[in-house]
Design a protein around this ligand. Sequence first.
Ligand code: NSP
Length: 226
Amino acid sequence: MESRRSSGDMGRIASWVKSHRPMYDRATQHPFVVGISDGSVDLSAFKRWLAQDYIFVKEFVPFLASVLLKAWKHSDDESDMEILLGGMASLSDELAWFRKEASKWDVKLVGIVPQKANLEYCRFLQSLMLPEVDYAVAITAFWAIETVYQESFSLCLDSSSKTPEELMETCQRWGSANFGHYCRSLQKIADRCLEKASSDIIRKAEEAFVCVLEHEFNFWNMSCGE
Ligand SMILES: Cc1ncc(CN)c(N)n1
């Protein structure tokens, strides 16, 4: 994949969102999410997503720990640690929320087998945890993973959406303005790291971004039962 220079005042991340727009939209406006926002979602798909995402989030914790470790070792800005620690605290909250939500929907979380798309996504996370993966690459992937959920679930909070009341809490968790602010902080960190990165690291970060979009799309498809 060719690495492009970011154009004008646009940061590297915004330029990638622009140049990969079709893939970005495919990941952030998936029929699963559109179904939540227009009220047509199949509740069995929602329950499948809930159980599979719980498995994913459990894997996401060590991934974020590896990003934190990289920030501690390589970041030149102390506020990165603060932002990432805040992210770790919300993951702890998120896991508790999954358990509560699962009991509300009568979804079993124990003994659930991860499906293929989930396994592949978790394997990708594990590959990014390796110490040789640069901080700029890992933080770009982290930003992308959080942002896909932010963009997706914020769709369901639009004034024109018909999101069912019982799914509003799910949508607020990732679609809220607060979570949006957090994602923009991650984007700033990623842009700052990429500004100083070599062309090889920039190329790897762009590849990681594209891989996240692909995995997120597959994850939604899996949730729909495809
Ligand atoms: C698959 C997936 N992608 C992103 C997120 C947001 N942390 C999540 N919970 N699950």
